[in-house]
Design a protein around this ligand. Structure first.
Ligand code: PXG
Length: 465
């Protein structure tokens, strides 16, 4: 093994990490006993760990490193911007060229009349901005009772109090007394897990109509907005039935509520278009963007707002909201360079015409594996459901997530980052992944599935709930 010598031995790094570093979404004591994997560098779609292993990153970091690791252009732009103007704020009637240029560029790329950009440092912050924006909007229009935001169970919209409240993750709500008031959740369009004997189309319509029922139940005069990811990411890459979004759009058009598309994962090419709402024919009033905006090289996010909402907010006086790092000049400059690379290297066209269709074809073959109940993809998002019984889509008798975790461990051992969400496996590789690298990814996934299957057989765990 190719040992890296210019840092402390792995065991010492792991001990320091366990002693001082609190990890997100992690059982600290469990990780301390096991030791975190230490990532030291990365290039293209491959990570290197402190033991010299080369790991194919099937998750683009956390759904963000779209143009791949190690692009020096972004480092150079950051260095240049840090030298010229490392920081200045955009409060109190000042601005700077990177924030001007990036907001103009986003207005150009965003569909319809989404022409106004409010910057934040993370997707969670941008969604907090959205909560305040939509409530302030209705208040400024003389309808202060329109406060409630409708979201969906198993949605992910961030980890701040607002973001986690918008999200529909029960384990998150249980910690810290969430959701905050005036946020409510309808069911998700997750046909595989919840569709029963209905066709996906029937089920999609039924789930969409829950939005209409909820608006009627609460009263249109109480509802400010509906928020949703075009395709749920952290919830397990839930690709909705084709009937779902057209019906949601019809309902949003019929009632006086704002539609917020959370594009934090779908944005900037993940679905083959600049935005997921273009792939799914959705017309939002506000989009949340983050992650792929800078390919994860620097933290940045934004709410992209339509003309009407921006006009009302602008005319209502001060919007008493903002972050120290709203429109950070280095983050804006790096994001502009990232968008330039995506455009000039025709990365979206390549995803649409070459790599996404290739991934779809290869990924579909996983459905033949005895452990796989469904294998689906959409653009550079792909998922498989693990099941003990392919015909009935049954869950395992073991606790949900045990089998997924086993599979993730096998993937890790086989130098592939593939995540599990319960007993569902998901990937979202960098958009620049090549067809050869997709072959490697799928081969490692199959090897990991085979090993998981053998392990389950040996441990007598292939039984249905
Ligand atoms: N909206 C969506 C749709 C997201 O996926 C956020 C908002 C929040 O963004 P920030 O930048 O505040 O993290 C996200 C983030 C996972 C995972 O395990 C997903 C996210 C973050 C961390 C972990 O899949 N998505």
């Amino acid at each position: 093994m190719n040992k890296i010598t210019n840092h402390l031995p792995t065991k010492e790094l792991q001990a320091l990490d366990a002693a001082h570093h609190m990890h997100p979404f992690t059982a600290g004591a469990e990780l301390a006993a096991k030791g975190a994997r230490v990532i030291t560098k990365a290039k293209g779609v491959f990570l290197t760990d402190s033991e010299g292993n080369e790991i194919l990153d099937g998750m683009s970091g956390l759904w963000c490193v779209s143009i791949g690791y190690g692009r020096e252009e972004l480092a150079n732009v950051a260095a240049q911007q840090m030298t010229q103007l490392p920081y200045y704020n955009t409060f109190f009637q000042t601005t700077h060229v990177p924030a001007i240029a990036l907001s103009a560029r986003l207005a150009e790329l965003a569909p319809g009349d989404l022409n106004h950009v409010f910057f934040a440092g993370s997707g969670s912050e941008a969604n907090d901005t959205n909560i305040r924006l939509v409530r302030h909007y209705w208040s400024a229009k003389g309808k202060p009772s329109k406060k409630v935001i409708i979201s969906r169970k198993n949605a992910y919209h961030g980890s701040t109090m607002g973001g986690a409240s918008l999200g529909g993750m029960k384990p998150m709500h249980e910690q810290g007394g969430l959701p905050i008031p005036d946020i409510t959740h309808i069911d998700q369009p997750h046909w595989y897990e919840e569709g029963g004997n209905k066709t996906p189309e029937e089920f999609g319509l039924e789930r969409a109509r829950q939005l209409e029922a909820k608006i009627k139940e609460l009263g249109e005069d109480k509802v400010a907005a509906f928020i949703a990811e075009p395709i749920q990411g952290a919830g397990g890459i839930v690709i909705p039935p084709t009937t779902y979004w057209p019906e949601i759009q019809r309902i949003c058009d019929k009632y006086e509520i704002l539609l917020i598309a959370d594009e934090v994962i779908c944005g900037f090419g993940r679905t083959g278009n600049w935005f997921g709402c273009q792939s799914l024919n959705i017309r939002p009033h506000i989009m949340t963007v983050a992650k792929g905006l800078s390919s994860g090289y620097v933290p940045i996010a934004a709410s992209i707002v339509c003309d009407e909402v921006a006009k009302v907010i602008d005319e209502a006086g001060d919007f008493n909201h903002g972050y120290t790092f709203s429109g950070h000049p280095v983050a804006c400059a790096v994001s502009l360079e990232n968008l330039r690379i995506i455009e000039e290297e025709k990365i979206l066209e390549n995803v649409r015409d070459v790599t996404a269709p290739y991934l779809a074809k290869k990924w579909a073959t996983l459905a033949d594996h005895p452990l796989v109940g469904e294998a689906r993809s959409f653009g550079m998002l792909a998922t498989i459901a693990l099941t003990p019984d392919k015909k009935t889509r049954a869950q395992f008798a073991s606790d949900t997530g045990d089998v997924g975790l086993r599979c993730r461990e096998r993937c890790f051992q086989n130098n592939l980052v593939m995540r599990h969400v319960g007993d569902r496996m998901i990937i979202a590789p960098p958009l620049v992944i090549t067809t050869d690298e997709i072959d490697t990814l799928v081969a490692r996934a199959i090897k990991s599935l085979d090993e998981t299957y053998a392990g389950l057989q040996a441990d007598g765990m292939l039984t249905a709930a």
